[in-house]
Structure formats: structure tokens, C-alpha cells
Write a protein that binds this ligand. Structure first.
Ligand SMILES: Nc1ncnc2c1ncn2[C@@H]1O[C@H](COP(=O)(O)OP(=O)(O)OP(=O)(O)O)[C@@H](O)[C@H]1O
Ligand SMILES: [Mg+2]
Length: 256
């Protein structure tokens, strides 16, 4: 039996007093890929932010257990050190911080946490060359400020470079496909698939079935008004593409 990486039970969360998540249940085991789909505003990014510990979001009910540990006790950076990674829907630009320095500092923070010796600049350069290959990224991007002036697709590729460096146990990819051209979509997906192993897990948030042809999910969930209201296998994405989400309104009305 594979280990449970993430177990979310009846999770409710609010931001600025607005209840956004209203009872999410989700269980992800090691080696699995899960996808969350759902309308704009249904709470997908909110869920990713609550898992990673964004300070603006308050858990009002339920729990998030990661590798047997209640996450509410951990600060965002402690969650990251414990192996949780979020590829942002909108990656931040940080002028003045070189991409290479950012990656090295993040990587060394993890090494330190694991009681391993930190890598010096030269050794890190060797490692990064290997990781650049995973996403077929031009080394010139390492010298630039983090995400500053990167195109939408370049930012997304850089998120997966971070993932390749940090080798997370739980990767949450929030609309990693948005803004990618057809070749980049394939390359980024191949990178994600390459990083997959029996001990880690991936949660992909997407609007498009096409991504799931590349990153094939074991389970697909549909989020609606702050809850997961439907789950299924990879065929569910095709069904949703055909039907849209309107039928969920009818279901919700019928339940009242
Ligand atoms: N600070 C806030 N105050 C009020 N409402 C907020 C706040 N932050 C987020 N929301 C609302 O929470 C809801 C869920 O947002 P979220 O970003 O999780 O949606 P999403 O499912 O990721 O949508 P998309 O597919 O467009 O990315 C939205 O209606 C959003 O407007
Ligand atoms: Mg979102």
C-alpha cells in the first residue's frame, strides 16, 4: 500500500471574512497525479494557497494532514522545507534577485534542513545545468532577475525548474499550462513526468483537458463553490469538456 501524502478533511477557509472553501475532502497517495478542474472562482487557487500556508487565508474548519502531520502547526517556509511546492498561477517578479541566486538559496535551505552540506556556487552550477535540461531552458535565464520581464510561458517553465531543483514530495501546479505554446506545453509536461516517482505526488490545477493528455492523472476532481463535488478517472476531463459546468448548477439546485 502506498503512503498517503496528503489528506484533507472537511476543509473550510476564508479570506478577509469571505468563506471560500466550504468543506473540501481530498486524499492523495504517493505516486499519484491528481487534477482539479472547475469554473473560475470555484476555489482552486485558494485551496493551493491554504495548503501552502498563505497568511491571508484562515482555516475555519477541518484539517490538512501532510505525511501524517497537521499542517496548521507549520509556517509556510516549514511546509516548503517539508517538501510542499507550489508552482504559482501568477509567478512573482523579484527585481534585483538573480534567478540563479534564488534557486541556490532555496536549494541550500533544503540541504541545511536535511543536515546536508550546502553546495558552493561552482557545485551548484553543475547541478543546475542538469536541471536546465529537464525543462530545456536557456542558461541565460539564470543571470536575469527572478521572473522579471519573463514572458508568461517563460515564467511557467521557470516554476518547473524550481520544482526540478527542490524535488518536492507534493507538487501543486496551478495552471502550469496557461500561456504555454504547444512545444512548451509538451516540454513542461515532460519535465513534470520526468520528476514523478513512486514517493512523490502531484496536484495539477487546470482548465484544459489537453494538459491531461500529457500529464495523465490518476484522479480528476471537480471543484464547485468551494467544494469538490465530483471525482473520476481521466475520462472525466473529456466529459467536462463536452458538457461544461452548467449541469453542476442543476445538481446544486436539486440538492437544496
Ligand atoms: N481577498 C478576497 N476577498 C474576497 N474574495 C476573494 C478574495 N480572494 C479571493 N477571493 C474570491 O475567492 C474565490 C475563489 O478564488 P480562486 O482564486 O481560488 O479561484 P480559482 O478557482 O482558482 O479560479 P480561476 O480558475 O479563475 O483561477 C473567487 O471568487 C475570488 O474572487
Ligand atoms: Mg486559480
Amino acid at each position: 500500500m502506498s503512503q498517503t501524502v496528503l489528506s484533507i478533511k472537511n476543509l473550510a477557509a476564508s479570506v478577509d471574512g469571505n468563506q471560500i472553501l466550504k468543506g473540501v475532502n481530498l486524499e492523495i497517495k504517493a505516486g499519484e497525479v491528481h487534477a482539479i478542474m472547475g469554473r473560475n472562482g470555484s476555489g482552486k487557487s485558494t485551496l493551493s494557497k491554504v495548503i501552502t500556508g498563505h497568511p491571508d487565508y484562515e482555516i475555519t474548519d477541518g484539517e490538512i494532514i501532510y505525511q501524517g502531520q497537521d499542517l496548521s502547526a507549520l509556517e509556510p517556509h516549514e511546509r516548503a522545507l517539508a517538501g510542499i511546492f507550489l508552482a504559482f498561477q501568477y509567478p512573482l517578479e523579484i527585481p534585483g534577485v538573480s534567478n540563479l541566486d534564488f534557486l541556490r538559496i532555496a536549494y541550500n535551505a533544503k540541504r541545511k534542513h536535511l543536515d546536508l552540506e550546502e553546495l558552493d556556487t561552482f557545485d551548484f552550477e553543475d547541478l543546475i545545468q542538469e536541471k536546465l535540461d529537464v525543462v530545456k531552458m536557456n542558461p541565460a535565464f539564470l543571470e536575469r532577475s527572478l521572473n522579471e520581464g519573463f514572458s508568461g510561458g517563460e515564467k511557467k517553465r521557470n516554476e518547473i525548474l524550481q520544482m526540478a531543483i527542490l524535488e518536492p514530495t507534493l507538487s501543486i501546479l496551478d495552471e502550469i499550462d496557461s500561456g504555454l505554446d504547444i512545444d512548451a506545453l509538451r516540454i513542461v509536461s515532460e519535465g513534470v513526468n520526468f520528476l514523478k516517482n513512486p514517493d512523490n505526488a502531484t496536484l495539477v490545477i487546470t482548465h484544459y483537458q489537453r494538459l491531461l493528455n500529457y500529464i495523465v492523472p490518476d484522479h480528476i476532481h471537480v471543484m464547485y463553490d468551494g467544494k469538490i463535488v465530483m471525482s473520476g478517472g481521466k475520462e472525466l476531463a473529456l466529459e467536462l469538456e463536452e458538457k461544461g459546468y452548467d449541469f453542476l448548477d442543476e445538481k446544486a439546485l436539486a440538492a437544496v
